[in-house]
Design a protein around this ligand. Structure first.
Ligand SMILES: [Zn+2]
Length: 276
C-alpha cells in the first residue's frame, strides 16, 4: 500500500509533466471508483488544466483552477500513470484524463479500492478521512510536543496502532511504522503511556528521518507501487525489519520476529525492541 513517501513520489513525478496540460476529455471507465462526482461532472473538466498537485497524508489533490480539485486515494494497488501518448486501455484502467497534446493520465487499480472525489478546494468535508488527518511528520507543526499531546490522549493504546492512526500522524502505514519503531528501539506492543520522554523524542525523530530518507529513495516497491512515470522505488533495499521475519537484525544479529498488533503484521527485533 502506498504510504506517505510513495504518494509524495507520485506527486513529484506528475508535477514534472502535468501542469499546463489542457484536458481534452475525462473518461470514466469504472464509475465505482468515484466517491464524489459523476462521469458528467468529470467530463465538464474538459478545457481546464491541472494547475498544481498537492498531497496531504496519503491523499493526492489534482487542482484544476477555479477552486475545483480531484482528491485521489490510491489505497492498496492504485497507480496514477502518465503516458506520453495515448495507448489502448489496459486491464484495470478505470479513469483516463486525455490531454490536448495526445498524452494521458490513467488511473489503474488491480484491486479497485482506490477512490476519486471531485470537490471544491474549500469543502473537503465529504472526502472521508481527509478533514480529520493529524499533523504531517515533515511539517513544521509536527513536534515532540505535538506527539506527546496526542499520545497522552491514548495512553492505553499500543504504539503500533497509534502510529497507524491517521488522525494522530498523517501518512504512516505498516512499512514505515515498523521501520520507525525499530529505529527508535520501541517494541510494537508498548502502551503509549509507558513511553519515556527519551523514547518519544526518538520516535518523533525517527518518523521524520525515515520518511525523509524514503522520499529521497523514491519510496518502497514490493509488488505494485510505481510512480507516475512507471518507475519503481528503491527504499526496499534499505528496510531494516519490515517483512524480514526470520532474518538477522542488522544491528545486533538476533532473529527478527513477526507478531500481530492491532490486526496488522509487525516485524521487530526482540533484542533491540524490548517489551515493557
Ligand atoms: Zn537487534
Amino acid at each position: 500500500m502506498p504510504e506517505l513517501p510513495e504518494v509524495e513520489t507520485v506527486r513529484r513525478s506528475l508535477l514534472q509533466v502535468l501542469p499546463q496540460k489542457k484536458i481534452e476529455a475525462v473518461e470514466i471507465i469504472t464509475p465505482g471508483i468515484l466517491a464524489l462526482g459523476n462521469a458528467a461532472a468529470f467530463g465538464a473538466l474538459a478545457g481546464s488544466e491541472i494547475t498544481d498537485i498537492g498531497r496531504r497524508g496519503k491523499y493526492l489533490m489534482l487542482h484544476f483552477g477555479g477552486g475545483r480539485m480531484c482528491v485521489v486515494h490510491l489505497r492498496m494497488t492504485g497507480k496514477l500513470l502518465y503516458r506520453g501518448q495515448s495507448e489502448p486501455l489496459q486491464k484495470h484502467d478505470h479513469v483516463r484524463f486525455g490531454f490536448a497534446d495526445g498524452s494521458e493520465l490513467v488511473y489503474n487499480d488491480t484491486r479497485r479500492f482506490g477512490r476519486f472525489w471531485l470537490c471544491s478546494e474549500g469543502d473537503i468535508s465529504q472526502v472521508s478521512g481527509l478533514a480529520t488527518l493529524g499533523a504531517e511528520p515533515l511539517d513544521d507543526d509536527f513536534s515532540v510536543d505535538y506527539w506527546q499531546r496526542q499520545t497522552a490522549r491514548r495512553r492505553n493504546a499500543r504504539i503500533k496502532a497509534v502510529l497507524l492512526d491517521q488522525q494522530v500522524v498523517a501518512g504512516l502505514g505498516n512499512i514505515y511504522a515498523d521501520e520507525v519503531l525499530f529505529r527508535a528501539g520501541v517494541h510494537p506492543e508498548r502502551r503509549t503511556g509507558s513511553l519515556t520522554e527519551e523514547e518519544n523524542v526518538r520516535l518523533a525523530a525517527a518518523m521524520r528521518d525515515i520518511l525523509q530518507d524514503a522520499i529521497s529513495k523514491r519510496g518502497t516497491t514490493f509488488r505494485d507501487y510505481v510512480d507516475g512515470n512507471n518507475q519503481r522505488g528503491s527504499y526496499q533495499e534499505h528496510l531494516q525489519v519490515f517483512q524480514k521475519a526470520g532474518q538477522q537484525c542488522p544491528r545486533c544479529g538476533a532473529t527478527i520476529e513477526r507478531i500481530r498488533v492491532a490486526g496488522r503484521s509487525s516485524c521487530f527485533c526482540p533484542q533491540c525492541q524490548q517489551p515493557e
